[in-house]
Write a protein of this length. Structure first.
Length: 146
């Protein structure tokens, strides 16, 4: 090993030579593209821009209609079962509230499950009416006995 020609070490920056500059796209004259006015092959065109296309569409929020349907069905079942009438009234009120809010969202375009919201609203109303009919019939039966 001589002092005038040292061997390159593993961390020598000049070991691999000078880096090459990155490839540059071809330069066209100030008038635009060459012959014909079209870009040469191999250069993709820019995607078209549509007015008003600003991003992702808003996601639908169907939770209120679904909650109305679930509360309405459970309230209806509790209303048919005589001894669960208290739960039927509570769940019927919740189903009516959730169904009304869900139908409002459908009319504003924020949700797309109007059928579920309507079915929950109807089941909630029936879940409240059936126990009321049971209680009126029970009251009439008690009045006729005494």
């Amino acid at each position: 090993m001589s002092a005038t020609n040292p061997q390159p070490g593993p961390y020598d920056p000049n070991q691999y030579g000078t880096p090459q500059p990155p490839n540059q796209p071809p330069q066209y004259p100030a008038g635009g593209y060459p012959a014909g006015g079209y870009p040469p092959a191999g250069h993709p065109a820019a995607p078209p821009v549509y007015p008003g296309a600003t991003g992702m569409p808003m996601q639908q929020s169907n939770g209120m209609g679904t909650a109305a349907l679930v509360c309405g069905i459970i309230g209806l079942v509790c209303g048919i079962t005589y001894f669960l009438w208290v739960f039927a009234i509570i769940l019927g009120i919740l189903a009516i509230i959730f169904g009304a809010v869900g139908k409002g969202k459908v009319s504003r375009g924020e949700a797309n499950n109007g059928g579920s919201a309507t079915a929950g609203l109807v089941c909630g109303i029936l879940g409240m009416v059936i126990p009321a009919i049971y209680l009126m019939a029970l009251d009439a039966a008690i009045d006729s006995v005494f």
